[in-house]
Design a protein around this ligand. Structure first.
Ligand SMILES: NC(=O)c1ccc[n+]([C@@H]2O[C@H](COP(=O)([O-])OP(=O)(O)OC[C@H]3O[C@@H](n4cnc5c(N)ncnc54)[C@H](OP(=O)(O)O)[C@@H]3O)[C@@H](O)[C@H]2O)c1
Length: 301
């Protein structure tokens, strides 16, 4: 059924891939951005756009009331500078404002972005029933508290889907060949230890958000099905990037355990179309130019 969607975070890593999916599926979309550039981009895609800072409470209340959507999709993060305190603030205050706006406007349904690595320490991948890591020390406590605040606020709406996404890779993410993870690998700053990560291609994150418009209320891990220790995935990424892999080691923080995707797969019939992190990192290797880009550019001058 076509719906009117209010998309918060439509210019972000997931939002910019999700917007065309929503429009192609026949949904009407009102999307928000803080910047003229964001507004212009949203309009060019075919969305109705509102200039809005999610910390402007009155503005959020007015914008959602004016749009009167049937569902809110929350893809807000504040990670452009990888600042976890900023991100916790948007989770706490931005979500509070959005949910209060939903209450006022009579919006009953929300789909929201969360993460799958806020679980308490333990052995093996965490399921949705695993408790969140409320005893974590700082700086992790700031992130977990932000996640808790987001998820609690979102769950106030009668229909709510909380997408606990894996660690994104793919275009526009930290794992791009010229992104910060590649940079740290090149500089030898990363440890290939036993820390387990559940990954997710960002295009699959967008597809899951579209599908979640029809999913039942609750939390769901949206991750690929290959939780991997750093000493397993890092050599594959290093090989793809053409840089030396760090020496493998053991040990991990207890919370670095990955997440279980059984609910998404079996109850909702969802699976990543891009494959696992392994497939995607290996594809990066296939795409890597055999002549270094800088040498090629120099030769052309
Ligand atoms: N699960 C994960 O691994 C995960 C999750 C999220 C992000 N990341 C990573 O973090 C990096 C940055 O993410 P990103 O590119 O999505 O950028 P971002 O800076 O986190 O912004 C995401 C979205 O939130 C919106 N936003 C942020 N603060 C806002 C505010 N105060 N008011 C209104 N809108 C606000 C932005 O809109 P405007 O800027 O247009 O206003 C944008 O649409 C990427 O590398 C991404 O992969 C990873």
């Amino acid at each position: 059924m076509a719906m009117h969607v209010f998309l918060a975070g439509g210019t972000g890593a997931v939002g910019r891939l999700l917007l065309p999916l929503l429009l192609d599926a026949g949904h009407r979309v009102t999307a928000a951005s803080r910047t003229p550039r964001g507004i212009a981009w949203l309009r060019a895609q075919g969305a109705e756009a509102v200039r809005l800072d999610m910390f402007d409470r009155a503005g959020v209340l007015d914008a959602v009331a004016a749009a009167a959507p049937q569902v809110i999709v929350h893809q807000l993060t504040a990670l452009a500078d990888a600042n976890l305190a900023d991100n916790a603030r948007i989770r706490r205050e931005g979500t509070r404002n959005l949910v209060d706006a939903a209450h006022r406007a009579g919006v009953e349904r929300i789909v929201a972005q969360s993460i799958s690595w806020a679980y308490e320490p333990g052995e093996g991948p965490a399921t949705e029933e695993t408790a969140l890591d409320t005893d974590a020390p700082e700086p992790r406590a700031t992130s977990v508290d932000g996640v808790l605040a987001l998820e609690r606020a979102v769950a106030e709406l009668p229909e709510h889907v909380i997408l606990r996404y894996g660690m994104f890779h793919g275009p526009g993410t930290w794992y791009e060949p010229d992104g910060p993870v590649a940079g740290r690998l090149r500089r030898g700053e990363l440890a290939a230890d036993g820390s387990v990560t559940s990954f997710l291609h960002v295009a699959d994150a967008a597809r899951a958000a579209l599908a979640a418009l029809d999913w039942p209320s609750g939390v769901v891990n949206v991750v690929d099905d290959e939780p991997a220790a750093a000493h397993d995935w890092m050599p594959v990424l290093a090989r793809a990037l053409g840089v030396p892999a760090p020496a493998p080691s053991q040990g991990r923080p207890g919370w670095a355990r990955g997440a279980d995707d059984t609910r998404a797969r079996t109850a909702y019939g969802w699976q990543p179309r891009e494959g696992s992190w392994r497939d995607c990192f290996e594809r990066l290797a296939a795409d890597r130019p055999t002549v270094p880009v800088t040498a090629h550019a120099g030769a052309a001058r």
